[in-house]
Design a protein around this ligand. Structure first.
Ligand SMILES: Cc1ncc(COP(=O)(O)O)c(C=O)c1O
Length: 435
């Protein structure tokens, strides 16, 4: 290929982005895709296979975004493609019950013991929003507690400025969210159960639920400190509130039983998304039978969806979970995760750059930060300019990372040891220029 041809090709993503910006706000359908966190234009993807993404200019990338989590088997896994193809031949949507919904429900229920019944929806946002409505219906209370830096989708009541003060009253994080909508949203610092205790003391009998990411993965990757989740369980019980664990990101990623299984903390309700749809638009909320039986039409709490339980989405989810239930899959992911962690830690040591590699299983984050990150306040002290330079240096070497310091990287079963080595060498090269 001549240089001129290459240059022409290299402009296709730019051209498509320029066009898209006239048609879609910011050129995208979800903000982080626009690369604002790192500057510059996004690459437009044409197709994906295994661990690779291919852009419209013919470039190939090792994919550490994984569609933000769902593609744990790698892209276009044959079993998933076959299941979806067969389902498509039978019809796209009926708006009527199908057996596939029960099959996927059973797969989730068998894997996650706290879930006795489940309701499928179309996104993680719908799952958390509905679970909170259910918690409020069940307890007859209005207030909820969320944690700074935790993201639970874009429902009004959850779009609250991450504040670190004790007993901070929720202030809307976006125009268009009325103050009244977030007035019942209380925030506490992640990994700080004492703040939660104080909120319960300040608002006795008023708090319906605590909603928490069991690994905070929307501010990079912050694991729960020992006892944090356990104390939330105890506090919720003590004060008659429900504990909602948002496993949209972690469910079926860090273990079949999710992070709650690894920690042995039993929530009242769990939210799912991403992997349970195998890349199709799916979310779900589930939990104790007695609570779930309040959901319409079994009970009075209304929640519905034209496309909920969609047959293609169920087929993708079933095929994905069946693959994940094969022996050793999570041990394989753990081994790959460890290789990346060891490799990137060595790169950091060799380059004398302050960085923190934080990882749980098949998800990790490299923070350019002097200190280990345990909450949002600390996460925000990361060097985002350095991250942006690192991001572009990696992309130029064919490694596609999430375009923000505050997003987690994901690995899939398709990632080979050679590809991990390639990634580590690319990181060494990227950081060599930083010294
Ligand atoms: C923990 C968590 N909850 C909820 C959501 C919202 O899911 P969705 O984007 O499918 O609405 C996300 C999205 O990344 C998430 O990470």
């Amino acid at each position: 290929m001549s240089n001129t041809e290459q240059e022409l090709q290299m402009t296709r993503s730019h051209a498509l982005f320029a066009e898209a910006q006239n048609l879609l706000p910011g050129g995208v359908n979800s903000p982080v895709r626009a690369f604002r966190g790192v500057g510059g234009d996004p690459v437009f993807i044409e197709r994906a296979e295994g661990e690779y993404l291919y852009d419209v200019d013919g470039n190939r990338y090792l994919d550490y975004v994984q569609s933000w989590g769902p593609m744990i088997l790698g892209h276009t896994h044959p079993a998933v493609v076959q299941a979806v193809t067969e389902a498509a031949q039978h019809g796209f949507s009926f708006g009527a019950p199908t057996e596939a919904e029960s099959v996927l429900a059973r797969l989730v229920i068998e894997s996650v013991p706290s879930v006795e019944m489940i309701r499928f929806v179309n996104s993680g946002t719908e799952a958390t929003m509905s679970a909170l409505r259910l918690a409020r219906a069940y307890t007859g209370r209005s207030k909820i507690i969320k944690f700074s830096g935790c993201y639970h989708g874009h429902a009004d009541m959850l779009l609250v400025q991450a504040g670190s003060g004790v007993a901070t009253m929720g202030l809307p994080d976006s125009p268009g969210v009325p103050v009244e909508t977030t007035a019942n949203t209380l925030t506490a610092e992640y990994n700080n159960a004492a703040e939660v205790e104080l909120l319960f003391k300040t608002y006795p009998q008023e708090i319906a639920a605590i909603i928490v990411e069991p690994i905070a993965a929307n501010m990079g990757l912050v694991p729960p400190q020992p006892d944090f989740m356990e104390r939330l369980r105890i506090l919720a019980d003590l004060h008659g509130a429900l504990l909602i664990i948002d496993e949209v990101m972690t469910g079926f990623r860090v273990a079949l039983g999710g992070m709650q299984g690894r920690l042995q903390v039993t929530p009242d309700l769990t939210c799912f998304g991403k992997i349970i749809g195998g890349g199709m638009p799916v979310g779900a909320y589930g939990g104790r039978r007695e609570i779930m039986e309040m959901v319409a039409p079994a009970g009075p709490m209304y929640q519905a969806g034209t496309l909920s339980g969609n047959p293609l989405a169920m087929a993708a989810g079933i095929a994905t979970l069946r693959e994940l239930r094969k022996p050793e899959q999570y041990a394989i992911l753990e081994r790959k995760g460890q290789l990346i962690e060891d490799g990137l830690n060595k790169v950091l040591r060799d380059s004398h750059i302050s960085g923190q590699l934080q990882r749980v299983g098949a998800m990790f984050c490299l923070y350019f930060n002097e200190q280990p990150v345990t909450n949002y306040t600390q996460a925000k002290q990361s060097d985002v300019q350095r991250f942006a330079r690192y991001f572009w240096a990696m992309l130029q070497q064919g490694i596609y990372l999430p375009p923000s310091q505050y997003e987690a990287c994901f690995i899939s079963l398709a990632l080979s040891d050679e590809q991990i080595e390639e990634t580590i060498s690319a990181a060494a090269h990227a950081l060599a220029g930083e010294r």
